[in-house]
Design a protein around this ligand. Sequence first.
Ligand SMILES: Cc1cc2nc3c(=O)[nH]c(=O)nc-3n(C[C@H](O)[C@H](O)[C@H](O)COP(=O)(O)OP(=O)(O)OC[C@H]3O[C@@H](n4cnc5c(N)ncnc54)[C@H](O)[C@@H]3O)c2cc1C
Length: 377
Amino acid sequence: MEKVDITIIGAGVVGLAIAANVSEKSRNVLVVEKHESFGQETSSRNSEVIHASIYYPKNSLKGKLCLEGNELLYELCKKYKISHKNTGKLIVAVNDEDEALLPDLLDTAMNNGAKGVRIISKDEVKKLEPNVEAKAAIHCPTSGIVDSHSLMRHYEAMAIEKGANVIYGIEVDSIDKTGEGYNVGYKDRNGEKGIFNTRIIINCAGLESGNISELAGINQDEAGYRIQRCKGIYFRVTHGIEKFPKMLIYPVPPINGHVGIHTTPDLGGGMRLGPHFYWTDETDYNVDGSFKEYFFNSARQFLSFLKIEDIQPDIAGFYPTRQKPGEGLIDFVIKHEKERGLDNFINLVGIESPGLTASPAIGRYVKGMIEEIDNGK
Ligand SMILES: Cc1cc2nc3c(=O)[nH]c(=O)nc-3n(C[C@H](O)[C@H](O)[C@H](O)COP(=O)(O)OP(=O)(O)OC[C@H]3O[C@@H](n4cnc5c(N)ncnc54)[C@H](O)[C@@H]3O)c2cc1C
């Protein structure tokens, strides 16, 4: 049976960032992905925002890895010429109630270490963004946008250069613990079955991460690893490009950890609105056009130039979240599952937002976990 040292399940931005960090010429690292290319699921269906770590609880993995990821991502993008823009972001108060919430939000952001955040007046907002209406705002200078496809292409190239194999069209369908690691069963694109042995598994299967945990013998409901169906949809603004804000414009306050319908300028000069999220049993990526009025009314509060006929359904994505309807914000799981008797099984479950921003920091963090395994800790 073929043997590999490290198997990474999933070639989204997280699996590829980890592959880029842990691969070495002397190691046999394998990335397996069920689709025919990388990033076909959540990693290409998001806002592409480089977050500043404003909303996450201080000692959470989300907060820590977002903050580190923000800095690492800008460094990486500059060094390797990955398309990105440090646009900055405004969280805009459109009424007195919103304005009253700004000081608390600023405190949270400062406690989380978000750099350079401050409250700015209506006049300052107008100077920065003449077409945005606000009574006041929080200015976050370290927010930005990144081309997620270019980022994943970079991680993949880096992993391959360091000796990793990235194989597409392979769907993992069984995991059995053996004396020397795990036997991993799979189905290829022609439905042919195969099996190989690996010393270490890193589960980066996104929406399937709970199910992959279950394949390894973890009861996902007892562990709190079941991924819920939470859909985020976007609309695109099709006219009025000369009025589009250059910065990211977010409403206040966030709801249940979600940041609300915001503007995302894209690197080509266009602009999307979203995401609006809702719990659903749907599994398709269609965008229901009947949400148009809701999007218009939400964004119109701070973009008075918007016309309803100028917004059209765009993309949708599913949050790979463990959070159930009605629950508050819940943290990433990044864990060596040795306490469950699964030595050398590293589990990443519920890597929702800010997973894209945090990806270089997650890569570094998991590399540290592999070093601990290698040192027998
Ligand atoms: C609407 C929305 C907006 C977001 N906005 C932002 C944002 O602005 N900024 C930010 O930082 N983050 C954002 N995020 C979060 C970010 O997109 C995710 O955290 C990130 O993409 C997760 O990457 P991943 O690699 O873990 O998952 P995925 O991209 O889902 O990759 C997992 C991969 O595993 C593969 N896989 C699954 N099962 C198997 C199997 N059995 N065998 C082989 N392969 C398998 C899948 O095919 C998939 O390619 C957003 C998310 C959503 C949904």
